[in-house]
Design a protein. Sequence first.
Length: 231
Amino acid sequence: MLRRLTELAWPAIPAQALLVVPLGSTEQHGPQLPFDTDAAVAAAVAESAAAELDAVLAPVLAYGASGEHAGFPGTLSIGEAALRMVLVELARSADWAMRIAFVNGHGGNVAALADAVRQLRTEGHDVGWVPCAAAGLDAHAGHAETSLMLRLRPDDVGPERPVGATEPVLELMPALRERGIAGVSPTGVLGDARGAIATTGEALLAEMVAGVVRRVRAWRPAEHGLLRDPT
């Protein structure tokens, strides 16, 4: 059963609730995808997972740490320090929840998320986080995210299928740290969007949802709160 927090009155909150909170960003996703791509994917994964887990679904947090996307008009970032504080205070306020699971759709959020969850767990809050993960994902605005958005919101996907920097992210990391994504890929794409199709997006979405459900049910948090995959 899916319980959307935005559609409930307080007496409908179940005792010992599991709260699922999707995290995204508002940042450029190449010339073909909308700025809320990470938020849209995180929200969709969290919604399906929350329904399977009989959880309460919070609204998506659509602002994250996206400093690496500076230089592209439209990107909005609150930075790591502010994001960390938001996550800590949000979880502290949810003292009515038995557990809180953050579902993260943006890699730039990880440092702040891990620090926040580590602090919250030290304070005694039962909090964990899990990524929107699937096999074979490219880094940013490429084949995977274009396929996902063709599945979720095809009318918001532009006709371009750009090819950006296709080197592994670990190889690109020094340049990304020094120059940001604009200094590595003028289109803002890290990957290859050619051949993206909605059916691939459907398969990726299903894999992401299954991974979140599996990890949350097992509830095996590492030191920094990442929920381990039991498989």
